[in-house]
Structure formats: C-alpha cells, structure tokens
Design a protein around this ligand. Sequence first.
Ligand SMILES: [Ca+2]
Length: 434
Amino acid sequence: MKPLSPFSVFRQAGFLMLAGILFTESAISQDRPPVASVSKPNILFIFVDDQSPLTLSAYGNQVCQTPNLDRLAREGMVLDNAHHMGSWVGGVCLPSRTMVQTSINVWRTQDIAKRYPRMNPRTYVHQPRKLLADLSPNDPDYYSMPALFFRAGYDTYRTCKIGNTYEGANRLYLGRNDQTNYGPEDETGSWWHGEQVMNYLKEREKGIKEDPFLLFFGFTHPHDPRNGKPVLLDKYGADNTDIPTSPNPLAPPLQANYLPAHPFHHGHPGLRDEVAVQGVLLKRDEATVRNELGREYACIENIDRQVGRVLDKLEAMGELENTYIFYSADHGIAVGRHGLMGKQNLYEHTWRVPMIIRGPGIKAGSRAQGNTYLMDLLPTFCDLASIEKPITFDGISFKPVLMGKRNTVRDVLYGVYNGGTKPGMRSVKKETGN
Ligand SMILES: [Ca+2]
C-alpha cells in the first residue's frame, strides 16, 4: 500500500474542517493560556544518540557506571520492551527523530523528514515565534512536539546535535542551542549540552521564565566517534587514538553475543557504520572491540554526569517533583555484538531502546514491558500535559503503563530496516502481558 502523506491522511479523515474548528484561532492569534498552565508538569526529555539499553545497569550491565541514571530507575520506572520502529535509510537517526517529534510512523516519515536542510550554524537565524505564527494546520509541523507544547503554554527549549535530525521541528523550539559535539573536552563534548540546560535552568531560577517547560535535552554521544574524556578512558581501559593490538585488561569484557564476523552479509554494502567507525574500521578482533566498548562506556558515563548536574539543579530549585523525566535513545547499536558495529539491523540490541521515566504518580522502582515505540513519546507527553492528541499521531500514550494501570500498550511490535539492499529486513514480536 502506498504510504499516506500527512496531507492525505487529513483529507481522508475530513480533518481540515476539524482542524479549522479546533486550532485555527490559536494559529492566527498565537493565543497561549495565561496562568492555568503553571500547574502543568514540566517535561525533561533526555535523548541520546546510538545507545543500546544493554549498556545500562537498569538493563543488567555490570560494568558501565551510571549512578544518576540508576537513580532515575530507582525513583521511577524502567520499560523493558521499548523500541524504535526502524528506518528506510542508513542514517537511522533521521526517521527515528522525525517519529519522536511528530508521532508519525516510519513509513510516513519519508514524506517529511527531509523537507528542510540541516541547520547551518554560520547562517542560521532562530525565529521560532514568526515560524509558529505562520504555521498552517495543513502543515505537519503544526502538530510537532514544540508547536503543540508552545500552544499549550509551555516554554520549549532544545539542545542537541545538528545533523540527521528533524529540522522541521527543531526550528520551532523557543530556545535552541544545537552543536555537534564528538569531542573529548568539555566544550566539544557532552558537558556542553549539559551546560546549555544548566544555563536555561539558571534563567528560570531568576524568574525570567515561569511557564512550565518542555526541555529537549539531547546529546551527540555515544554515537561515534566515541572520543571519551581522558579520565574516563583510563577507567575503562580505552584509548581514542592508540588502538591496542592486544586486549587491555581494564577494558570491558566482550558481550555474550560478540562474534568476530557476522555469519552472512548484513545487506548494506559499504555501510559507513560497518566499515568506517573511527578506531574500528573493518576490525572486529577482541582488542579493538573491547577498546571501542571502553570508549562507548566513557561517553555514556560522561552523559550520566550531565544528567546528574541537571537532576541536582532541578531538585535545588524545587522543580524536580513536578517534572516528568524521560531517558531514551534514538535507537540501539551493535558495537561488536553479532560481529556488527552499527544500527542498521533488527537484533534486540539495536531494535530496543532504553526507556527510563521518573515523575509524579510513577511508582519508584517499578518495571513494565511497555511494548512501546519512540513515536509513543509525544502522545505520552501530551497526555501528561493534558494536551489534546491530534489525529495526525500514529503513536499512542503509554501513560496508563507509567501509572501502573497496564503492563503494555500493544501486543505486537513491528520493526523494519530497508536502507540497504531491498527488500531489507523485518521483525515481528508478539508479547502479550496485560
Ligand atoms: Ca542515532
């Protein structure tokens, strides 16, 4: 069946008329609810690039140290069966991030993901209020995360990487400080993203910002090149440039499903992730893979430190208990499992994503299957913020899971990857559990 564009969906549903009734007034006047919104919860969305849940102690990892994410899990809920839906391109980030910000499914992201070129930091002018004012209900971005939350009276802010992401929504956050940070130093690495959020919270502390907030707290790591901070590289027995020829005993052990080569061709000839990752290239020997794991863990622990800074700040400001915190990644990654390095596959280590949530009404230390996709995040955010769900969403809210009322929100999960040779690969997982 031919994929439906957002516009064709609107037409089929007679949605233009409905949208005219529900949304035209606010689109024209930019009305925002005045005071009632202050009682709404804040949402802090922490979103990292290329991280398998299997790297976190909340999912059984015993080497990578993430005390602040452990705290989130201890004080909140862990979902064991959260997934991204897949990709039609090697840059899995792009459809994934489009799904996150619009709640449309993987096939429909093909219609809009590349509508806008990536931000050029040298020429970019951030003018979200003008763009929001000009948005038509016929435009898919009208129903994107920053636009929906702006109209609901939220202050929206974003920091993340620049490339392979959905620019149609990125440009609509009221505050935006994006930079691509693969460096080992603070100003070129994850600390910089943390510092942007800290600066935002300091402004809020001064009373400059009072509306409830939606913070898109994104990181560039642990996507490669995994240039860890020297002190953390030492801890995990890894080196950014001097790749060992024999395993460093301090490096993380190989995973149980490590293979020196994939048993058959993965279906994507010349794929960057499988042939050109800095420090790895075509090598899959133990020393190289363990070094790369050490670099990955160093990057993850550094992200954890930034999460800790922000959690402590929210707590000191008295905002923590009114804030829903979500931690997830745009997809998982192999890093040696099954002889692969990349994310262009549908093994569990890649198809699944971390999903840890803390917030009002969520039982501390709880766990559920969930059976969620990343495109369910926006409907869940809307549900928690009492924002009406537009008809454009393909995802569904998993608030009932967060509140302990259900274990899953669907029984069957589908995954796809066809960014390489066609027709590509598919995965179906049936897991009941309600
Ligand atoms: Ca990614």
